[in-house]
Design a protein around this ligand. Structure first.
Ligand code: ADP
Length: 503
């Protein structure tokens, strides 16, 4: 009887259940969106119960649709949108408030206060993170400070907090466990990434009782067992993998060795580099975070995020009417006759991310002359994905002390050949696109599968990896550096503008 691993993929907008075979091929997948709530400008919430019910539906549907016997599911892994947090009653499982999403900005003023109080270095030293409302700590504090009765209940030891991984495991086991893994814990701002423990000073700073924190386990190993009549007809399925989505994609891209890195070109862009077992803080504005715990070791990651990657191609489609579909951008960009280096677009629609961090910058087109046309703008927009990759790659190479020779790419916009080739050209490094772009789901499946011997070791997983296309750099070095200098000039000019604009 053939066996499978199931990934429960808790995305930001949808929940998915995916079945992998031993060749790491997807044999069935089912996904369903859930609602996002925006109660006030800048607030982003989700309903934890809706996430749970959606998850339940996709898990059961993928089994029904694929026609497999639940006994064939050897184990399950969870991967999840990171940082989004739920606070709930530990006995009843009743959330005291909606889940607050990672994109929620309500705690930005509190973060400004923390920065003004000179706390940034403490955050960097203990958690590897910068002070930002994206992470869970400030959001948990907001719930305790603002939901009537929440703080009293928390202090009486009656509340738990969980990211979506832990929330789903709590629900799957009918409240029997309160768990997370190192990668998710490292995004809460409460976890010391060096001692691998919840940090008393951080908890005190945020005034969060330690009794709310989940137990933290390695990303691959036994978490809990699903044993319910309403799942798998009562067949017991162990959960043996758990990891945050970006780390999961890094593992799914088989970045197993220090120096290996991947970039995901989704709505946003996220680049992660495996730096091995030594957590050396970034000197170049990157996050230092935990990749995964596996085989008795913890491996660390440098991470940089570009706020607008695929979303800027959607902007060309939705707001500018320049293209009918996002894949069309490749066809139209190829019609541009203007050489690179004249028109640049800096797509800072929601500010500039790593390594610049300017939340007041806004998207700007540079260098238009009377003959420039929409094809040139479309090409410049596609190229901006490459330039932004180079910004982060430079910071990573400096921190790692070695240039990047190969970048593994995935996400929707990585399917665009102009983007992929330009990434290789502007980095002066190979860009490798795998056949399966479901790298996030694959990572959690690999970790779950390794724990139960479904895959013997990383080498066996690596042997399943299939490359769609390898993009070699073709651009002469001099041109590459000239183009990149032009980009940096644009970004720096924009940051001069943003300083005045914000006053
Ligand atoms: P997410 O997981 O963030 O929703 P996906 O990995 O599904 O993102 O990728 C979707 C993004 O990729 C969209 O923003 C879309 O604009 C972009 N995209 C998809 N296909 C292409 C393409 N062929 N060329 C350029 N951009 C693309």
């Amino acid at each position: 009887m053939e066996e499978y691993i199931m990934t429960i993929d808790e995305g930001t907008t949808s929940a998915r259940a995916v079945l992998f075979n031993k060749d790491s091929e997807i044999i069935a997948m089912c996904s369903k969106e859930f609602a996002q709530y925006y109660p006030q400008p800048g607030w982003v919430e989700q309903d934890p119960k809706e996430i749970w019910l959606t998850t339940k539906e996709v898990i059961n549907k993928v089994v029904a649709d694929s026609g497999i016997d639940p006994k064939q599911i050897k184990a399950a892994g969870i991967t999840n949108q990171r940082e989004t947090v739920v606070v709930y009653d530990k006995n009843t499982g009743e959330p005291v408030y909606n889940a607050i999403g990672w994109a929620d900005r309500r705690t930005a003023p509190y973060c400004d206060e923390l920065k003004a109080a000179g706390k940034e270095q403490m955050f960097i030293d203990k958690t590897g993170l910068l002070i930002d409302g994206y992470f869970s700590g400030t959001e948990i504090k907001w719930i305790l400070d603002n939901v009537p009765g929440a703080r009293e209940k928390a202090e009486a030891g009656e509340l738990y907090f969980s990211n979506i991984d832990g929330w789903i495991m709590y629900k799957l086991t009918e409240g029997k466990c309160h768990l997370t893994d190192y990668s998710n814990a490292s995004r809460t701002q409460l976890f010391n990434i060096h001692t691998l423990e919840w940090d008393d000073d951080m908890l005190e700073l945020f005034n969060i009782p330690k009794s709310m924190c989940p137990t933290v386990l390695p990303s691959s190993g036994h978490f809990c067992t699903i044993e319910r009549k309403d799942f798998f007809g009562g067949v017991a399925v162990p959960i043996t993998g758990c990891i945050g989505d970006q780390q999961s994609a890094t593992f799914g891209q088989c970045c197993f060795e220090p120096g290996m890195c991947k970039m995901t070109y989704g709505t946003a862009g996220c680049m992660l580099m495996n730096i091995g077992e030594k957590p050396i803080p970034s000197k170049n504005n990157l996050l230092l975070t935990i990749g995964w715990g596996l085989d008795g070791k913890v491996e660390y990651i440098y991470e940089g995020t570009v706020y607008n990657a695929g979303s800027s191609i959607q902007w060309l489609r939705d707001e500018m009417d320049m293209i009918d579909s996002t894949p069309d951008s490749e066809y139209y960009a190829a019609k541009s006759k203007l050489p690179r280096g004249y028109v640049y677009v800096v797509p800072a629609f929601s500010g500039l991310g790593a390594p610049w961090y300017d939340s007041y910058a806004r998207a700007t087109i540079f260098g238009m002359h009377r003959g420039a046309n929409k094809y040139d703008v479309i090409k410049a927009m596609l190229d901006s994905l490459g330039y932004q990759t180079r910004d982060i790659a430079n910071a990573m190479a400096k921190d790692a002390g070695a240039p990047i020779k190969l970048l593994r790419i995935d996400g929707g916009a990585a399917n665009n050949n102009i983007v992929a080739q330009f990434v290789a050209d502007i980095l002066g490094a190979d860009a490798e696109r795998p056949v399966s772009v479901e790298t996030t789901a694959a990572g959690a499946a690999y970790l779950a599968g390794l724990a139960v011997g479904f895959w013997k070791d990383k080498e066996e997983i690596l042997a399943c990896r299939k490359i769609d296309r390898l993009f070699h750099p073709e651009m002469p070095e001099e041109e590459r550096e000239e183009l990149y200098a032009g980009w940096v000039n644009c970004v720096e000019s924009l940051m001069v503008w943003s300083k005045k604009a914000k006053q």
